[in-house]
Design a protein around this ligand. Sequence first.
Ligand code: ADP
Ligand code: ASP
Ligand code: MG
Length: 417
Amino acid sequence: MSLIVQKYGGTSVASIPCMMHVARKIKATQTAGHDVVVVVSAMGDETDRLESLAYQITDSPTEREMDVLLSTGEQVSIALLSMALQSLGCAAKSYTGFQVGIHTDSAHTKARIEHIDENNIRADLAQGYVVVVAGFQGMDANGNITTLGRGGSDTTAVALAAALKADECQIYTDVDGVYTADPRIVSQARCLPRVTFDEMLEVASQGAQVLQIRAVEFAGKYRVPLRVLSTFKEGAGTLVTFEEKGMEQPIVSGVTYCREEARLIIRSVPDKPGIAGRILGPISEANIEVDMIIKNLGDDGNTDFTFTVHRRDFDRARAILEKINLELNAGGILSDAKIAKLSIVGVGIRSHAGIASTMFEVLGKEGINIQLISTSEIKVSVVVDEKYLELGVRTIHEAFRLHEEPHEEDYEHRLRA
Ligand code: ADP
Ligand code: ASP
Ligand code: MG
């Protein structure tokens, strides 16, 4: 008998009819002879609603209480889904993260899973239960409720699949797989039958919501077979695979975007060893993650230093930088919270020099100015004005003909390389 972990996202359980549909799918999986562990998210936009309640009270809710609040959404879902399963004659038991024993560190609102007690789950499965676990939550060593960051139910599912050595972890969502671009922006985007872990890591880290990045990291580390599929449409979805020698891979697999970026520049700082640490040290001490970093060459012994952060950290980062500006007697701060990052991802980028320049050219032809550039082996990212986000994504998608099945010349032939 095989063991399958299925995760259903917010849209998949947004209403009671959706919940019943999900229950029927789970029952069918069990009837087909599998043990099933289900991870479920809060209903629809419930997590956003809960978050907005907190912000009606204060601009800076404590993270511990935020976790207590946000974790309630998933508790509603597990109870209702278990009832839905029971109403179909399917034995089911629900567990919060705390009850099942999902142990995390104490980093409230972005905790990391450290280990999972899987004994309860195994005992229930042995008795024929479907086990329904609340996604996105755990507890720290002191018994505090923690959450895993937005989109964290994906990570719960993959971590459970790793702990239980499941045969497959299936992420059911409102799209039928991983696309060449967000189908909400590019209507011609194509569903990919498979992507490699490396590509999926970049796609997730460059903003595509479809899988939380930590879930992909976990799946890669523990070699969890991972598939993204639609709750509402039959199909094989997208399988996340490991790159193998000789495997044909498209040079460019997809385009992603991240709307939530902000850019900060501190001008005319002394161009001396240690300056980057002097500026970014206090930023990282404030638990603010920095994405792109650019230091210009100065000609008068001074330099401009530019970096980007998540937009939610913009005000805090700016306040820290204002202080550093005074301390260093620098030339002032420039900032822009209305920027977006566009990226192309593909394993062939590392061996095809023309890819980045094609991207820059087509954006230029559309009159889209590139403010910052960063590259990795399999990714090229640019920062542009937020108003060009949709146009930029569509332009790049078209330039690389991602709506078409790849042709012979679009493949990276790793054997021949
Ligand atoms: P869930 O609530 O099921 O976790 P999410 O909203 O977190 O679902 O993720 C699914 C959404 O991710 C899709 O509706 C889609 O708009 C978005 N998305 C962004 N980029 C991609 C992509 N490359 N492929 C598929 N979906 C994407
Ligand atoms: N409900 C949480 C969120 O909206 C976790 C998840 O859906 O994965 O971010
Ligand atoms: Mg999600």
